[in-house]
Design a protein around this ligand. Structure first.
Ligand SMILES: Cc1cc2nc3c(=O)[nH]c(=O)nc-3n(C[C@H](O)[C@H](O)[C@H](O)COP(=O)(O)OP(=O)(O)OC[C@H]3O[C@@H](n4cnc5c(N)ncnc54)[C@H](O)[C@@H]3O)c2cc1C
Length: 477
C-alpha cells in the first residue's frame, strides 16, 4: 500500500520551523511548511511600522546566536541573500556621570574600560574563548553528555550562580557588574535566580567571538534566506494558512510544530493523550514585553557618543537597578526605571531609514499580559542617558503583550522567548522527557523555542527536533 506523499509537514515558519525543514530536506525528506501568517519568518520579520522608508524589525533585531549557531553557520545562507553587518561594538552600557561601558570583540579593549576589574573580566571570560564553537555546540543543545566536557565544566562553574552573585563575587566595581547584569537581563528572570549568570557569561563570550550583527535589510532576511535554501532542496512553503486541526494537513509521516505548547494542544486535540496535554497545560510562559519602535530624525544623542558604535545598548544603569527592575516585573509590578534592551539597527545598516534618519527600538519586560503603556517609562530611561532623545522622534509604534500574542500565537501573554527558561524549565521544556522534541504520539513533534535550547534566532530547536523526527523517519545521518 502506498504511504503518504510527504515525509514531514512543519506547522509554522519561524527560524526553528525553517531550520527543521532544512535539516530534514538536507537528508532527502520531502517537506512542506505551512505558515498561518501571510509572510514567512515568525519572529524574524521586518515592516514599515512607523513612516514610509523606515524598516523596523517587528521582533528579533540583533543576532549573536544567529551568526554563531552551530547549525545555521553550516548553511550557505550567504548565497541565498543573507548578509551579516557587524557593528564596531556589540554592546554599550551607559552609566550616569561616567563613560559608557563598551563590550567589544577585543578582550583587551573591553577590559581596559573596566578599571580595577580588567583582570577579573579576563579571568571570567578568557578561559571560555579557546574553542567557543565547541562550547556553543554543547550549550545550544538538549540535556545530554557534552561532546566537550572540559569547556562545559569551565562554563558550568560560572553559569551555576545567579548573575547578581557572580557579579558581586568576581567584580569589585560598578562598571563590570553592570555589564554582566545587562547581558544576563536577556534571560527575562530575576537576576537573583541560580543559573542567570549563564546567559550573561554566554552573551559576553559571543561578543568576544563576533560583533553582534544585524542582517542587511532587517531580520526578515534570515527567514527569506532559509526559505530560499529550503526551496533549493525541494522543500515547499505555503503561507496564509493557519492550521486549526490535524485533519487540515496533507498526509505525512510526521508533523513538527513550530508553535507554543498551547497551540500544539489546540491543533492535535485527542491525538495526544490527556495526561500529556495536562502537562503541557502546566507549561510556564513567563513575563511579556512592551516594545517601542521609533523613526528618528537623527542618531540617538547619547551623552557618551561611543554608544553609537554598538548594535545593542543595555539601558538600565547599575547592577542594583537592573536587579530591581527584573525583580519587579517577575513579582507582577511595573518597574519605575525599567531595564531596556535597545537596538539601533540603522547605525549598522543605514538602508533601514531615509538618508540621515534612523530607526531604533527598545523594549522592557512586563508582567504576563500586562495592559500597561510603558511608553513614558521607556523614553524617560533613554532620555536619562541621551538628553534630547525625545526631540528626535518623528513617529513611534508601540506593541504590548496582547499585541504580540495577536501577532504570533507563540507569544503567549507577550512572552517572546517561548517560555520561562529557569533552572526548572530550561531543559525540561515543554515537559520532562528523555527526548523533549517527541510527544507520546509517534507522528507528532514540537520544534519551537518551547523546546531546548529555548528562545533566540539560532534554529537549534528545529535542528534537534529534525534529528529526532529523522530517526522516526529512518533517515540516514
Ligand atoms: C520583541 C522581540 C525581540 C526579540 N529580539 C531578538 C533578538 O534580537 N535576537 C534573537 O535572537 N531573538 C530575539 N527574539 C526572539 C526570537 O524572535 C524568537 O525566540 C524566535 O523567533 C523563536 O523562533 P520559533 O521558530 O521557535 O518561533 P516563531 O519565530 O515565533 O515562529 C512561529 C511561527 O509559527 C506560526 N504559527 C503559529 N501557530 C500557527 C498555526 N496554528 N498555523 C500555522 N502557523 C502557525 C507563526 O505565525 C510563526 O510564524 C525577539 C523576540 C521578540 C518578540
Amino acid at each position: 500500500m502506498a504511504g503518504p506523499d510527504l515525509d514531514a509537514v512543519i506547522v509554522g515558519s519561524g527560524p526553528n520551523g525553517l531550520a527543521a525543514a532544512v535539516a530534514l530536506a538536507q537528508r532527502g525528506a520531502s517537506v512542506l511548511v505551512r505558515e498561518g501568517a501571510d509572510e514567512i519568518g515568525g519572529g524574524t520579520r521586518t515592516a514599515e511600522l512607523t513612516l514610509p522608508g523606515f524598516q523596523h524589525d517587528v521582533c528579533s533585531a540583533v543576532h549573536p546566536m544567529g551568526i554563531l549557531s552551530p547549525f545555521l553557520r553550516t548553511l550557505p545562507l550567504g548565497e541565498h541573500g543573507l548578509e551579516w553587518l557587524r557593528p564596531a561594538a556589540s554592546v554599550a552600557h551607559p552609566l550616569d556621570g561616567e563613560p559608557a561601558v563598551m563590550l567589544r570583540r577585543s578582550l583587551d579593549a573591553t577590559a581596559e574600560g573596566l578599571g580595577r576589574d580588567a583582570a577579573a573580566w579576563r579571568r571570567l571570560v578568557g578561559p571560555l574563548l579557546g574553542r567557543p564553537h565547541d562550547l556553543l555546540a554543547d550549550v545550544l543543545a538538549p540535556l545530554r553528555v557534552p561532546d566537550h566536557p572540559t569547556a562545559m565544566a569551565r562554563f558550568g562553574l560560572r553559569a551555576v550562580f545567579s548573575a547578581n552573585r557572580l557579579a558581586r563575587i568576581v567584580f569589585r566595581e560598578a562598571r563590570a557588574r553592570a555589564l554582566l547584569a545587562g547581558c544576563a537581563g536577556h534571560s527575562i528572570l530575576p537576576l537573583t535566580q541560580p543559573l542567570t549568570a549563564a546567559l550573561g557569561v554566554l552573551f559576553a563570550v559571543t561578543a568576544h567571538v563576533e560583533d553582534w550583527p544585524v542582517p542587511r535589510g532587517g531580520s526578515r532576511a534570515i527567514g527569506r534566506a532559509l526559505a530560499s535554501y529550503l526551496r533549493s532542496l525541494g522543500g515547499r512553503i505555503e503561507t496564509g494558512q493557519p492550521v486549526a486541526s490535524l485533519a487540515e494537513l496533507p498526509a505525512s509521516r510526521v508533523v513538527l510544530f513550530d508553535t507554543s505548547p498551547a497551540e500544539l494542544v489546540r491543533i492535535a486535540g485527542d491525538a495526544l493523550p490527556a495526561g500529556y496535554r495536562r502537562r503541557l497545560g502546566r507549561y510556564r510562559y513567563g513575563p511579556g514585553v512592551f516594545k517601542l519602535d521609533w523613526a528618528l530624525d537623527g542618531p540617538i544623542p547619547w551623552r557618551d557618543p561611543a554608544c553609537l558604535d554598538a548594535s545593542t545598548v543595555h539601558v538600565g544603569g547599575s547592577l542594583e537597578e537592573i536587579c530591581a527592575s527584573e525583580r519587579d516585573m517577575w513579582r507582577g509590578r511595573l518597574a519605575e526605571r525599567p531595564y531596556l534592551i535597545l537596538c539601533q539597527q540603522s547605525q549598522v545598516d543605514p538602508g533601514r531609514a531615509p538618508a540621515g534618519q534612523h530607526t531604533g527600538y527598545a523594549y522592557c519586560h512586563v508582567p504576563p499580559g500586562s495592559p500597561a503603556d510603558r511608553t513614558h517609562a521607556i523614553e524617560a530611561q533613554v532620555e536619562r542617558f541621551a538628553p534630547g532623545f525625545r526631540d528626535r522622534i518623528l513617529a513611534r509604534h508601540a506593541m504590548g503583550p496582547a499585541d504580540f500574542e495577536a501577532y504570533n500565537s507563540s507569544y503567549v501573554g507577550g512572552a517572546i522567548t517561548g517560555g520561562v527558561a529557569d533552572a526548572f524549565q530550561l531543559f525540561t521544556r515543554p515537559v520532562a522527557r528523555l527526548d523533549p522534541y517527541s510527544t507520546p504520539n509517534p507522528r507528532l513533534f514540537l520544534c519551537s523555542a518551547a523546546t531546548p535550547p529555548g528562545g533566540g534566532v539560532h534554529g537549534m530547536c528545529g535542528y534537534w527536533a529534525a534529528r529526532s523526527a529523522g530517526r522516526r523517519l529512518g533517515l540516514a545521518g
